[in-house]
Design a protein around this ligand. Structure first.
Ligand SMILES: Nc1ncnc2c1ncn2[C@@H]1O[C@H](COP(=O)(O)OP(=O)(O)O)[C@@H](O)[C@H]1O
Ligand SMILES: [Mg+2]
Length: 567
């Protein structure tokens, strides 16, 4: 081993930079948070070449004088906290004094600033060293210019390769920041083009419209309440806007965007009966909490926040959200209760002797996409006679082998799924031209995806005029269009491309679930016969597309054993 040496300042800053500013979007986050802390009411972010050429953040905040400018890029220099005690009362976005020195170590940095009392001054820092300084003219506020980000690290190369992902990471962080502060006007300019602009007029409704899209506040419900000492402002977007991912359930604690699973989950559960299985809402929740009860100092990027009474808050939230959504007249989606995993207790599983998978247990992972459903003849549905319906949901059948319970919703889903798998993704579809272009229930971000992939989508039969749909493949029903388009966008967002096989499965799954017979709906004998007939034609009649069982058999042997006729 070599002798121990204390790291020099540049090396220490560069290592810290890896944590605080791991990507261009995180540089933007740090600079904007500084502007917010400086009480700016207007913040403009200009990004060139995904931030690799330049990131310029201009604010009209309090500014810095010359001596503060010299300190601002020094490590552990902050104007926001001064003692350990202050750490328990964080009211600002920043406090660690790490951002500017970290950025200075991986870029060429210029900070121009002016206060009410002083003239403008600028400093230029390269390799963490002051290389130029002087007077400059600007309005009160600060302009931070970051050039050639990561020029001295291998990370630069990495970001050059994933232009697409970086662009969206930047838009995403911008949106979260803009949503955090409804009173600040934010502008995002990418490669000289204005991408987003918020008004800063304090209206969350207006903000949601600018960020998510113009119709997204139609039928939105607002919940303003408090749970104990925690202030709650929840903006619950109408569940007709359906998302495939949970990332549009956004949590803010004291104006800080955070990832908090418990809180976002409690909101999703409040929406549960309004959404299909595996679908998520758009909802924003602003919590106001005494800073002493939270710990923001658990993560360098301050994205995770520890909350003292998190369990209590999330427990209380779900029924509040549900009640708010139920109030008034909101177009309600068909409600399909989620099947909880705990229903599949092991002692129940041994009755599923018809549902065979490799290890003889049922595949309980609802999200798993099904592979081509090929079942051998031996696993075709047996013949049986209908004897009644249980709870308006389970059809009961019998034959000489035992009793069968069929989940009518799952059965209908399976039938429709196989129908759609056949239709969706057909590469030369017959196309239905709309007389009037149709507005879509999707977000601004999704429009971006539709534009980017216009050619590909038109080969699938979808075409658009501005933000409206002008044609779609004819197999798609009118009430399925929004779901289909959201699924497509969600896949484009994740993969940057459309995998036809995956899309076909996903769409078939979503659409089949939506159109299928509901639980608690009494079927006529004719409908039951049709259902059994259709199910018999299915390649895989034993599970619904989400992996839940369609049919459960209780064998004669099991029944006799339950009654202790045999042991
Ligand atoms: N846009 C800005 N306006 C005014 N002061 C700023 C601005 N950006 C940075 N500063 C000053 O520079 C200091 C260091 O910033 P930073 O490294 O981000 O650390 P922190 O935000 O954790 O204090 C801040 O505490 C603040 O005093
Ligand atoms: Mg900061």
């Amino acid at each position: 081993m070599q002798k121990i040496a204390i790291m020099d300042m540049v090396l220490a800053n560069t290592i810290a930079a890896g944590e605080v500013v791991e990507r261009p979007a995180s540089v933007i986050k740090e600079l904007v948070e500084n502007a917010i802390d400086a009480q700016a009411t207007s913040i403009t972010i200009e990004v060139n070449n995904m931030g690799l050429d330049s990131i310029i953040v201009t604010d009209n905040g309090l500014g810095m004088d010359q001596s503060d400018l010299y300190l601002s890029y020094q490590r552990h220099a902050t104007s926001k906290i001064f003692s350990v005690k202050d750490l328990t009362q964080i009211k600002t976005m920043g406090f660690r004094g790490e951002a500017l020195p970290s950025i200075a170590s991986v870029s060429k940095l210029e900070i121009h600033s002016r206060t009410d009392k002083t003239e403008g001054y600028f400093v230029k820092i390269v390799d963490s060293k002051l290389v130029d300084e002087g007077k400059t003219t600007l309005n009160r506020g600060t302009k931070v210019k970051v050039f050639e980000l990561f020029y001295n690290t291998p990370a630069r190369f990495k970001y050059m390769k994933s232009e697409y992902a970086e662009k969206h990471a930047i838009i995403d962080i911008f949106e979260k920041l803009a949503l955090s502060y409804p009173s600040i006007s934010f502008r995002l300019i990418m490669d000289q083009k204005e991408i987003r602009k918020t008004l800063g007029n304090d209206s969350v409704e207006a903000l949601i419209e600018t960020i998510y899209g113009k119709n997204t506040t139609d039928g939105m419900k607002v919940l303003k309440t408090s749970i104990g000492k925690v202030g709650v402002d929840a903006y619950l977007v109408n569940p007709k806007f359906v998302r495939s991912k949970r990332s549009d359930v956004v949590v803010f604690i004291n104006h800080r965007f955070v990832r908090n699973y418990a809180i976002s989950q409690s909101i999703i559960e409040g929406y549960q009966t309004f959404l299909m299985t595996n679908k998520y809402p758009i909802a924003l929740i602003y919590l106001t909490i005494d800073p002493a009860l939270i710990d923001v100092n658990v993560h360098p990027q301050k994205m995770e926040v520890k909350l003292a009474n998190e369990v209590y808050i999330s427990f209380a939230l779900t029924p509040l959200v549900k009640k708010t959504l139920e109030s008034g007249t909101m177009p309600i989606r068909e409600s399909i209760a989620d099947v909880k995993k705990e229903y599949f207790k092991p002692e129940v599983i041994n009755l599923f002797d018809l549902v065979k998978s490799e290890d003889d247990t049922v595949d309980l992972i609802p999200d798993k996409l099904e592979e081509a459903p090929i079942k051998d003849e031996a696993e075709k549905l047996p013949d049986f006679d209908y004897i009644g319906t249980l709870f308006g949901t389970y059809l009961l059948f019998q034959n000489t082998d035992g009793l069968y319970l069929m989940d009518q919703h799952a059965a209908a889903e399976r039938i429709r799924y196989e129908y759609y798998v056949d239709k969706v993704g057909n590469l030369s579809p017959s196309v239905y031209e709309l007389l009037l272009p149709r507005p879509l229930l999707i977000t601004n971000n999704d429009f971006d995806y539709l534009k980017t992939y216009e050619m590909l989508l038109s080969s699938l039969g979808f075409s658009f005029l501005d933000d409206k749909l002008t044609s779609h493949p004819s197999w798609l029903r009118d009430d399925e269009i929004d779901i289909a388009i959201e699924s497509i966008c969600s896949q484009l967002a994740t993969d940057g491309q459309i995998d036809l096989k995956k899309l076909r499965n996903q769409l078939a799954k979503d659409i089949s679930c939506k159109g299928a017979i509901k639980a608690n709906h009494q079927l006529s004998i004719k409908e039951i016969n049709q259902l059994v007939y259709d199910l018999k034609q299915c390649l895989n009649p034993y599970t619904c597309p989400h992996g839940r069982p369609v049919l459960i058999k209780v064998s004669n042997y099991d029944i006799e054993r339950m009654f202790k006729r045999i042991v």
